[in-house]
Design a protein. Sequence first.
Length: 127
Amino acid sequence: MRKKHLTIARLCLTIVRHFNLTENEQEELEDVEIEAYQLVAMANLSDQILGQISETYNNLLNNNLNDTMRLLTIWSLLLTVPTIVTGFFGMNVLLPFKDSPFGWLIIIFISMFLSIGLLETILKRIK
């Protein structure tokens, strides 16, 4: 798109040069041409800077999203372990600790132990 506008500007300047212009008008036309090229160069530079800023902002957003997803994944894993353990002990089959008066506490401690072990493993892998 920029090249198209630049080509149109060059075409207009070429057409204007075919008119009978005084020396002063020729100098002013050359000054206008130089300023137009400088304007295009500045616009291109500003476009590049804005593009880089946009990419940087997108990278920051992606990093924040990655951190959030990592945290949610850890929580989902930690909440899955007690569900699996209690689901296993909730079956209607012969299981250990069935007749123990402290069976419920033992199951809770097993779930906590496995969850803490999983959390430690995850934290070691993150660092």
